[in-house]
Design a protein around this ligand. Structure first.
Ligand code: NAP
Length: 287
């Protein structure tokens, strides 16, 4: 990396917690490779300090921030402009400071789409079975709706209202074939039989519960594309079993790397070395 000087441009991530983020490794590796005079830092920001952190972004002339849990929604009223997709989703994960004007984007959603496209998967007019109704599922559901995919969301009974809320919001913006139901064995079996793409946006299978999968192996088959948002471990049990069944698989690290790559481009105006960012993330995961 270039030595930090009075001319160095600062980017970073705000979250609570922020200790486990892989973004500093990814972005700093990319800055180093391109010889850019930028540095990327983690900032642990508690919810009560979010307004100060955002006004500080302007005051300190920080060029870009990633925004992670729990600030993705609460940051919206604090910035100057929100791009159309992020406004529809109701979540911002990237802010660019454009000469003192803070503009919010959702590169999680775009990162998901780019991950599929990189594997030659186009969800347009396809049947997509989406598991989960949390933050990741919401971003994914909105970008899928933009492609006119046919979407079924399955979520656990106790929080099914979240899934209905996503459906209501998407239908307010898009004319799309979108259904929601409970995540039961019977619904999983009948919906997967019809699906072209299966997306796991639940946290099932995430370390330390690596032995878990949201879908029984016998339901997976070779004409499915299976995307798993979980990226720790790599591959997840779901992706191992999907591959074993002959399915096309896309891992969550691709989405993570592409959300970072799209943010990097907004801050620097330069296309990042995506392979370098991926390798840096893998090295963090292997530690
Ligand atoms: P979240 O908002 O907490 O949502 C978690 C979702 O998982 C909810 O729908 C929850 O259902 C469901 N869930 C949890 N345990 C379950 C179980 N035992 N059975 C069925 N469903 C269960 O979390 P998130 O931010 O959306 O993240 C979800 C996963 O995606 C995490 O593993 C996260 O690391 C990953 N992620 C990856 C990326 C990426 O770039 N690859 C980006 C964001 C997130 P209830 O509503 O019923 O609780």
């Amino acid at each position: 990396m270039k030595a930090i000087s009075g001319k160095t441009t600062i980017c970073g991530v705000i979250g609570d917690p922020v200790e486990h983020t892989m973004s500093p490794a990814m972005h700093n590796a990319a800055f180093r490779t391109l010889g850019l005079d930028f540095v990327y830092l983690p900032f642990h920001v508690k919810p009560r300090d979010l307004p100060h952190a955002i006004s500080g972004m302007k005051a300190l002339n920080i060029r870009g921030l990633n925004v992670t849990i729990p600030h993705k929604t609460s940051v919206i009223p604090l910035i100057d402009k929100v791009d159309e997709l992020a406004a529809k989703i109701g979540a911002v994960n990237t802010i660019a400071n454009d000469k003192g004007k803070l503009i919010g984007y959702n590169t999680d959603a775009q990162g998901f789409m780019e991950a599929l496209n990189q594997h030659d998967v186009d969800p347009a007019d396809k049947k997509v079975l989406l598991l989960g109704a949390g933050g990741a599922a919401r971003a994914i559901a909105f970008i899928l709706a933009e492609t006119q995919a046919e979407i079924i969301i399955l979520n656990r009974k106790q929080e099914i209202d979240w899934a209905y809320d996503i459906v209501k919001n998407i239908k307010a913006h898009y004319s799309v074939n979108l259904k929601v139901d409970e995540l039961t064995d019977a619904n999983l079996k009948s919906s997967i039989a019809d699906a072209d793409i299966l997306v796991n946006a639940t946290s099932v299978g995430m370390s330390p519960n690596d032995e878990k999968s949201p879908v029984p192996a016998e339901l997976l088959c070779s004409n499915l594309t299976v995307f798993d948002a979980v990226y720790n471990p790599l591959p997840t049990r779901l992706l191992k079993e999907a591959k074993g069944a002959g399915a096309n698989t896309v891992d969550g690290l691709e989405m993570l790397v592409w959300q970072g790559a799209l943010a990097f481009e907004k801050w620097t105006g330069v296309h990042p070395p995506v392979d370098v960012m991926r390798q840096a993330a893998i090295e963090v995961l292997q530690k």
